[in-house]
Design a protein around this ligand. Structure first.
Ligand code: SF4
Ligand code: SF4
Length: 368
């Protein structure tokens, strides 16, 4: 297992972090999973009050471990009572302090307003030793995330950034310039359900598998500190052991894989490829055009239709955790058309996406 400095926190984190949102079958299974993860060299665990019994189960394991043998992140939602929520988390966990406290879902401008108001209290709690480092996750706009980073309040950031979704690339760059630790959320699942890939993607990624491709894309980037790894039981930790020491730059063979993927994207989508520039927004019908067309890119180029359905069906179900409306809401007003530098027939592509992805609506999971 390799380790990287978590930005200005100076914590030496393993490049995989154990996310505990899926490890909820029993306290015994979670205990075994934590033990195996620590033996593999994973030294960072991640939980949240909203992950079911995760904190309570961890509270049956962590107090018996040497405190210096792990780093722990938990979270707080904007608007929650800071002192109370943090105390309840620490009580459940049986610990005196968190290494990292993340504001969970700084998604809207009012959430940032809340942080500004709460910041004196956050500083006080940090000074009292209740937690050591403050960070945040966000599903908000690029502009909101940039503004939050630039407040200087935070020393780390949790991001959805993957080979198949590089929308937040400018934030990776900004976080690096500001020396923030970068924690990537859910690369195997939200990064394209790479644990159950379609045959075509499997073929294009040879000799790696798609999961390895996704991990190597992230791990070869020294600006990224650690990737969440949501094992449900010890047996699921094996790939973290395989990839956890593969942090070197891409070799020629791997570079060729990414070239092949890009070539296939160009070949299959041609002039229909959405370049994710966001220039089409805002849409008066509040359609999340870039997110929908990103899913379409993946479905057309790499057969990622099941993944597209999984994500698309969460639209209009998850509030500010996955903002915007579905493609069938397009009213053909034409506002977006002159703004698209690729001159895409956006309404047609949205209708096509809706046909590909529509289905029963899904409720969001906490790890969205
Ligand atoms: S044409 Fe459709 S997608 Fe484009 S701005 Fe109008 S409603 Fe939105
Ligand atoms: S402006 Fe065009 S290329 Fe850019 S995100 Fe919107 S649809 Fe995609």
């Amino acid at each position: 297992m390799h380790y990287r400095r978590f930005g200005q926190t100076e914590l030496p984190l393993s490049v995989f972090s154990l996310g505990t949102m899926r490890c909820l079958d029993s306290p015994e299974i979670l205990a075994q999973t934590v033990k195996t993860a620590l033996e593999m060299g994973i030294n960072h665990l991640e939980t949240a009050p909203s992950y079911g019994k995760s904190e309570a189960y961890l509270g049956r394991v962590l107090p018996a471990l040497p405190r210096e043998s792990f780093y722990l992140t938990s979270k707080i939602l904007p608007g929650q009572d800071l002192a109370l929520t943090l105390s309840q988390s620490l009580d459940r966990l049986g610990l005196d302090y968190l290494d990292c406290l993340a504001i969970h879902g700084l998604n809207l401008p009012e959430h940032l307003d809340w942080v500004r108001e709460a910041y004196p209290q956050l500083r006080r709690l940090r000074k009292e030793g209740r937690f050591r480092h403050l960070g945040f996750s966000s599903h908000g706009s690029l502009g909101l995330i940039e503004t939050a980073v630039k407040t200087g309040f935070f020393s780390f950031i949790n991001l959805h950034y993957y080979y198949l979704d590089q929308f937040l690339a400018p934030i990776i760059d900004l976080a690096n310039r500001r020396d923030l630790g970068v924690f990537i959320i859910s690369p195997a699942d939200k990064g394209g359900q790479l644990h159950t890939p379609p045959e075509k993607l499997r073929r294009l990624c040879q000799p790696l598998d798609p999961l390895g491709m996704g991990y190597r894309f992230l791990l070869s980037d020294p600006r990224i500190t650690t990737l969440s790894y949501g094992a449900a039981h010890p047996g699921e930790l094996t790939p973290a052991g395989i990839w956890g020491d593969q942090t070197q730059s891409l070799n020629d063979e791997e570079t060729e894989i990414f070239r092949r993927l890009e070539t296939e994207m160009e070949r299959r989508l041609g002039a229909e490829q959405c370049r994710q520039c966001q220039a089409c927004l805002p849409c008066p019908e509040d359609i999340n055009i870039p997110a929908i067309l990103r899913l379409r890119n993946g479905a057309v180029a790499f057969d990622l239709t099941a993944f597209g359905q999984y994500r698309y069906q969460m639209l209009e179900q998850a509030g500010h955790w996955f903002p915007g409306r579905r493609g069938d809401r397009c009213a053909d007003c034409g506002d977006c058309l002159p703004r698209c530098p690729c001159q895409l027939a956006i309404p047609d592509l949205l209708r096509d996406s809706h046909q590909r992805f529509q289905g029963p609506r899904r409720r969001r999971l906490w790890e969205i």
